[in-house]
Design a protein around this ligand. Structure first.
Ligand SMILES: NC(=O)c1ccc[n+]([C@@H]2O[C@H](COP(=O)([O-])OP(=O)(O)OC[C@H]3O[C@@H](n4cnc5c(N)ncnc54)[C@H](O)[C@@H]3O)[C@@H](O)[C@H]2O)c1
Length: 348
């Protein structure tokens, strides 16, 4: 019997990478991808594996807030990986409504559907942003208090603890992951690394918020996909647990700018400091020893290798980022101004 897997948000950055990884790794998996195709979801992300795995991959254009649809899809599933989210911190600072709807109400729909139609496991993808600023002397632990600093992070903290409450109250087989900052192929150009490398490729200034010393723990998206796979295959004793996922690879925005400019042989004069983001967190970093000790997962890609692979992917896939920039500029108001793309995106 095939394993029927429902992936939500699989036309986004991490979801698409995960589906491709899972289809290649598990020949017995049949995957349904439920995605609303917001400004962050693109059919271009799924096209590469859609044709190759046509017999095991199925796309459903829909909303996690659509209760009857979610109920129907959950009834046909054994495993669920819940990525779908409003995930753009900048946009959540402008207006949080969609973040509360999708992230909290959409997750509640999935949880309720799992009460009616039991599944083997529901993996809820949370984020390290729920911790707020990491303690100065150490990365965040799973037991640390949740102190989210943006409306996005607050909505993720809400869905994270809501999922836990369904484990406690109803015994649902829920497990949560809190991953650090991802980068790699197919990340949309509003996010820091693709944005900087596309600006650099076009000899445009790299807009650095504030002083640029803020740090994040950066993980290559493939390592995150393997971590999710490990959690999905863990024994039932993980139900109710939460696992941090990080690569122990902390870098400041200035370091990343340097690395990208250096790799593309561009001058450091392209670095340009702009006013800081509201509520900007100084440091995100997680301790993922629990995951490493319990499930034997380890990150495999160094930051330098991951950045080189990411740059190469964007250089080899101009059709992808041109289509994505075009689609995003139509879906997001003030896109060009907010993301400072005007000089080159007009020619796309
Ligand atoms: N990107 C990171 O660094 C990072 C780190 C930790 C955790 N996460 C979490 O991982 C998940 C995926 O992140 P990402 O970077 O791939 O996000 P993304 O924004 O690239 O993709 C989100 C996807 O969800 C879809 N979506 C949005 N609202 C929906 C709705 N109502 N119904 C159905 N689909 C909907 C979008 O169309 C898009 O395809 C999110 O839950 C995010 O919070 C991301």
């Amino acid at each position: 019997m095939p394993t029927r897997v429902l992936v939500t948000g699989g036309a986004g950055f991490i979801g698409a990478n995960f589906i491709e990884y899972a289809l290649q790794t598990h020949p017995d998996w049949h995957i349904t991808n439920l995605d609303k195709l917001t400004y962050a979801g693109f059919l271009e992300n799924v096209q590469p594996f859609q044709a190759v795995f046509a017999d095991r991959y199925h796309f459903v254009h829909g909303d996690v807030c659509d209760g009857p649809l979610v109920l129907q899809l959950v009834a046909e599933s054994d495993l669920i990986v819940h990525f779908a989210a409003e995930s753009n911190v900048d946009l959540s600072i402008g207006d949080a409504v969609a973040f509360l709807d999708t992230n909290i109400y959409g997750t509640r729909n999935l949880l309720e559907a799992c009460r009616q139609h039991p599944v083997q496991r529901l993996l809820v993808v949370s984020t390290d942003e729920v911790y707020g600023n990491a303690w100065q002397d150490r990365p965040s632990l799973e037991s640390d208090p949740l102190m989210p600093c943006s409306p996005y992070a607050a909505s993720k903290a809400a869905l994270d603890v809501l999922a836990f409450s369904y484990f406690e109250t109803y015994g649902l087989p829920v497990v949560r992951t809190r991953c650090s900052n991802n980068y790699g192929p197919r990340q949309d150009p509003t996010k820091l690394i693709p944005r900087f490398l596309l600006h650099a490729l076009h000899d445009q200034p790299l807009p650095i918020y504030g002083h640029g010393h803020n740090t994040r723990d950066w993980i290559y998206v493939q390592d995150h996909c393997r971590a999710i796979d490990a959690v999905l295959h863990a024994p039932d004793s993980v139900h109710g647990q939460v696992f941090n996922v990080g690569a122990d690879s902390e870098h400041s925005v200035l370091t990343i700018s340097d690395l990208i400019l250096d790799a593309l042989h561009k001058p450091t004069t392209l670095m340009s400091h702009v006013p800081d983001r509201l509520g900007h967190v100084r440091r995100h970093a997680v301790n993922s020893e629990l995951l490493q000790r319990t499930l034997g997962w380890h990150p495999e890609t160094t930051f330098e290798a991951g950045i080189a692979q990411t740059i190469a992917w964007y250089q080899q896939n101009p059709d992808w980022w041109q289509a994505v920039v075009k689609a995003q500029s139509q879906r997001l108001p003030n896109y060009a101004a907010v993301y400072q793309f005007p000089a080159w995106f007009k020619s796309v």
